[in-house]
Write a new protein. Structure first.
Length: 289
């Protein structure tokens, strides 16, 4: 009598575990070997002693971290980076969503608004952030527009970050909106919802959920670019590190500033990877259903 396919025996399970253990051992060995080679090259380099003293001296690392007499603390200055990032992110999310929605409004009446949204996106995606910082930070005060021309340096930095990153994030939003199938909108309209109601209650919730991972990637870049605000005179982590290095003729402060940025960006990057993997599993499960 014919039966179904035979179930895998114990030997098959042991073979799979053996292959998995071998893969772990090989990957671990290759990783250790890779970093060991890098360490040997750095240690045996002719100038390794000088570099170690200039960049990794423990006393300078600690002094630059907590600050010393007459010199700013890199850790304290890094708090300004966090504040700039947090405030900018809120305004970017709002402004970018408005731009993305405006670009998708149909009808000839709204053509001027779509044209402005397209021009804004093209302009601020094409101009380097540091040039925008210079133009906003030094140009707006020269216009003598009342209190607008007398804002703190940090405010002009936030405005510049919002202008530039909103152009990038608007395109992320727009990609998410266009990824929602038109049948979703048609179904909402058939239920009596207006175009704006279907956009608000049907399209946007799906679009925003889909673009969360790429949005987080953009905000990782935003966190690092807060260091550029120092060109306007604000003492954030990068500028505090520069001040310490110029005063003590030692570059350990740059290492401290870099580590502080890494401590913020790496967890956010891993969280982004986790969201991407979860979204991939959900889509694959939906395709199989």
């Amino acid at each position: 009598m014919e039966g179904g396919p035979a179930a895998p025996g114990p030997s098959a399970g042991r073979g799979s575990r053996a292959l998995g253990n071998r893969a772990v051992l090989v990957s671990s060995a290759s990783t250790v070997l890779f970093f060991a080679i890098i360490a040997v090259v750095l240690v045996l380099a002719p100038g390794s002693g000088i570099v170690a003293k200039r960049f990794f001296d423990p006393s300078h690392l600690w002094d630059s971290l907590v600050g010393s007499e007459g010199l700013p603390s890199v850790l304290g200055a890094f708090w300004l980076n966090v504040q700039i990032f947090t405030v900018s992110e809120v305004f970017i999310l709002i402004l970018a969503l408005v731009i993305a929605v405006v670009r998708g409004i149909p009808g000839p009446v709204f053509f001027p608004f779509r044209l402005v949204a397209v021009a804004y996106t093209d302009l601020f995606r094409g101009v380097p952030l540091i040039l925008v910082l210079y133009m906003i930070g030094f140009g707006v005060p020269g216009l003598d527009l009342g209190f607008i021309s007398y804002l703190p340096d940090v405010a002009y930095g936030v405005i510049s970050l919002v202008l530039v990153y909103s152009a990038y994030v608007a395109e992320v939003y727009r990609a998410g909106i266009e990824s929602v199938h038109e049948s979703q909108n048609a179904a909402a309209r058939s239920l009596g919802l207006t175009r704006w109601q279907s956009l608000r209650f049907v399209v946007l919730p799906q679009a925003i959920r889909r673009v969360i991972p790429p949005l987080l990637n953009d905000f990782i870049g935003l966190q690092k670019d807060t260091a550029l605000v120092s060109v306007l005179g604000s003492i954030e982590a990068a500028r505090a590190a520069q001040i310490y290095g110029a005063s003590e003729f030692n570059y350990a402060s740059y290492v401290v500033a870099a580590l502080l940025f890494v401590l913020i960006t790496i967890p956010l990057a891993r969280f982004t990877d986790r969201l991407i993997a979860r979204d991939k599993r959900r889509r694959e499960a939906g395709a199989l259903a």
